[in-house]
Every structure is written in C-alpha cells, then in structure tokens.
Design a binder for this molecule. Structure first.
Ligand code: ZN
Length: 205
C-alpha cells in the first residue's frame, strides 16, 4: 500500500469512528482525539479543535513519532499521550480518546482505579477468557501539562503493560487496539462496564 493509500485508509477509519462516537454522545463539543499508526514511523492524528462527528480527511494530519506535525496544522494538545502509547505498545495501531459522561462522573467519585469484576463483557478485552477475573483500570489526575501526564501514564504502563485502557479524572478515557475494530470494541465494552458501575452506585450498591 502506498503512503497516500495508507493515510486515506486510516483517515477514513477515524472519520467513521468519529461519527459513531458522536452519535452516542461520547465526543461532545469538539472533545476527544483519535490517531492511527502509519508506515514509516508516522501517525495520522486529528487536528486540534475539530468536531469529531463531522471530520473530513482535511481534519486529519500526519505527525512523526515525536508528535511533531509534518504539515502546517496544529495537532491535538494531547498528542504526547498518543505518541507515548505507540512507543510503549508495539501492537497498538489505533487509539481513541472519548470524553464520555460515565468516565467523567465515575472518575470523579472513584479512587486511583476502577475494578471491574465478574462481568461477562470483560472478554471483549485481549487476553481475558473468562468472567472470573478483575480488570483494574487506572485513573490518572487530569493535567494540562500533557507531556507530564504522558510520563505519569508511561511510568504506570511500564509496571502494568497489559491494561487495555485508562481514565483521566473528570475528563475521559484512552483505549487502543491492533486495528480499528479492536479499539471500537474496547470503547463499547468500557462504556458498557462504566455504565453498569454507575447504575450500581445509583441503586446504592
Ligand atoms: Zn481529552
């Protein structure tokens, strides 16, 4: 596949993902950002401030693995979080970052992690074969210094390389996968699990 074809394929997948997430209320008001690994140590990345439900190819830029835009457009302020994940996880090829109500609310009222226990849908995540397990998803404090936040996340992932996602407090979550289908499955599964936990709290459990 040529470089152009690889970019167009990745951009079109991110555009479709943006529509899917926006329709569910998971990327309101231009929030969130998406990326995909490209051949030649580059990534496709959403341009800062664009509406994620109405993306076009013009809203996706190409950056190097240090997060520097390779054209004149400005990458998302959260670019360091994307490039550090790609550096840490060779099998991660797509990253989605929604800002959902459930992740925002639950991260506000939880400690340093949320433990998802005994849910059948845990099997949506790689390496989980049974409901008889607990998935600990960490919550990091929000930080406008995203280089510093990326270092915090990377330090955690050095110790816990198998986590499929993390939350940022009062902000949203990041998840990743080997391709667009895998990462969308992780978004949907995490949203389901977060919604279950929120519903449990509503009924006092
Ligand atoms: Zn964000």
């Amino acid at each position: 596949m040529s470089d152009d074809a690889a970019f167009h394929r990745a951009a079109d997948q991110l555009i479709a993902a943006g529509r899917f997430l926006f329709e569910r209320g998971w990327v309101p008001a231009t929030s969130g950002n998406f990326s995909a690994r490209l051949p030649g140590d580059r990534i496709a990345l959403t341009v800062s401030g664009r509406h994620k439900g109405r993306l076009s190819r013009d809203d996706i830029l190409i950056a190097d693995m240090a997060g520097n835009s390779l054209d004149a457009r400005k990458p998302s302020a959260e670019t360091p979080l994307h490039v550090s994940l790609y550096a840490r996880l060779p099998h991660a090829n797509v990253i989605l970052h929604p800002h959902t109500v459930e992740s925002t609310v639950l991260s506000r009222v939880s400690g340093e992690r949320i433990a998802f226990q005994s849910y059948e849908l845990l099997k949506a995540f790689p390496g989980i074969k049974t409901h008889e397990t607990t998935l600990n998803v960490p919550i990091f404090p929000n930080d406008q210094d995203t280089q510093r936040l990326a270092r915090t996340v990377d330090g955690y992932m050095h110790q816990h390389p198998r986590i499929p996602a993390y939350l940022i407090r009062e902000h949203g979550f990041y998840t990743w996968g080997e391709d667009i289908d895998a990462v969308l499955r992780h978004v949907e599964a995490l949203q389901f699990l977060l919604t279950c936990e929120l519903e449990l709290r509503k009924i006092g459990r």
